[in-house]
Structures are given as C-alpha cells and as structure tokens.
Design a protein around this ligand. Structure first.
Ligand code: AMP
Length: 214
C-alpha cells in the first residue's frame, strides 16, 4: 500500500509516518529529510537546497522529483511507501503518478491532515527533533528531557531546525496554501482523498489514519 500524508508544516506528518514505519514496515520517503541529509553531506544540490529551505521556499520540482525517482527505481518498497512532504505541487503530483506507473505501483490513499494555522505556529516554534531517530519534542507538551537524552534512542543530538522560526514558517505556510493545497482538490477528484483531524492526540490521529487505510 502506497500513501501520501498531505498537510501543512507542523501537521504531524513525520510523526505519523514514523509510526506507520514501525507498525507496518512501510518505507517513509520524506523529501525534507532527504534534502537535509544532502545538505549535511555537503553535496552541491544539498548546499543550493539549504539556502532555499532556510527561507521557507520550495526547492525546484525537478530536484525533488529526481530524488524520489531514484528511490522508486531502486525499488525497496517494504510494506509500501509513505510519501511525507511530497508531492507539494501539481507538477510533482503528476510526476509521482508517472513514476509509480513506471515501476508498476499504485497510489492507494491520500490522507489530508487538517490543522489550523494557530496550532501550527505553536507546534513549529516549540519543536525540536532527535537527529538520530526523528523523535519530535515540544517545549510545551513534550519538553526535551533534562539530561538532554532522547527518550526513544538515548542520543543527545536533539536539535531545532533552522527553518522552524516564525519568519520561515510564514513563507512555508504561504507556499503550502499557494502550491500544495490545490492537491486536495486534485486527489479528491481522483477519489483518493481522506481528510482527518490532525489536531487530535497523536494516538487518535494514528487511529484515524488506520481507519482511513482500512
Ligand atoms: P519538510 O521537512 O517537509 O518541512 O521540508 C522542509 C523544506 O524542504 C521545505 O520548506 C522545502 O524548502 C523543502 N522541501 C521538502 N520537500 C519538498 C518538496 N516536495 N518540494 C519542494 N520543496 C521541498
């Protein structure tokens, strides 16, 4: 089963994707994580993407389509792909359809995680992430432990993303409404869309996703 988690930054896509990886052996394809990894490695593409990401703008379609194409062609789908943060434009959505067809796969569901803007700003500006396992912390609801060690994997490498500040977030939200939200209509028209309340507790959101996938 291949699915897309669709939603604005801070909707909880990454958190829910990691649960699906653990519970269903699915493969998380987060273009944001892949771009951050390219940046960390210091590749030419990573450096260029990093400047764009810090501003909160979208990286060019051909870059992310290229990254996803390589992974799909390598072909280790495990229990299915979870597309997290991809596609983000109509051109990317068209390309994803073509890429999946090329490798003999289908898209089974698109889950829109709906969260209001106020909650997003609160979540993102309070967010920190474990670099080693992806565990997400929140200053208000799940603070970083006093000893600085990740509760999931014990790593001390818990960091805030450079683009998790109010100014970049504003740009990222604008990009979401302008470029990505048209995908809601696009997938609705194809009969693939399911919308869930992303503001509920983590467990309740996971339950909604599980029933949407049934
Ligand atoms: P994310 O981790 O999904 O919030 O992505 C972080 C940043 O990476 C975004 O603000 C964009 O600059 C870039 N990015 C990630 N995925 C895409 C995509 N599918 N298309 C364009 N830019 C992307």
């Amino acid at each position: 089963m291949n699915i897309i988690l669709l939603g604005p930054p801070g909707a909880g896509k990454g958190t829910q994707a990691r649960r699906l990886v653990d519970e269903r052996n699915m493969v998380q394809l987060s273009t944001g994580d892949m771009l951050r990894e390219a940046r960390r490695k210091g590749t030419e593409m990573g450096k260029k993407a990093g400047v764009i990401m810090d501003r909160g703008d979208l990286v060019p379609d051909e870059v992310v389509i290229g990254i996803i194409g390589e992974v799909l062609e390598a072909g280790d789908a495990g229990g299915g792909y979870i597309f997290d943060g991809f596609p983000r434009t109509l051109a990317q959505a068209d390309a994803l359809g073509e890429l999946l067809e090329k490798v003999g796969q289908t898209l089974d569901a698109v889950i829109e995680m709906r969260v209001d803007d106020e909650a997003l700003v609160e979540r993102i500006t309070a967010r920190a992430t474990c670099k080693d396992c992806g565990e997400v912390y929140n200053d208000n609801t799940k603070p970083i432990p006093a000893d600085g060690k990740c509760t999931n994997c014990g790593s001390t490498d818990i960091q805030r993303r450079p683009d998790d500040n109010e100014e970049s977030l504003r740009t990222r939200l604008l990009a979401y409404y302008k470029e990505t939200s048209p995908l809601i209509g696009y997938y609705y028209a194809k009969g693939d869309l399911q919308t869930i309340d992303g503001l509920a507790s983590m467990d309740d959101v996971a339950t909604s996703i599980a029933s949407a996938l049934r």
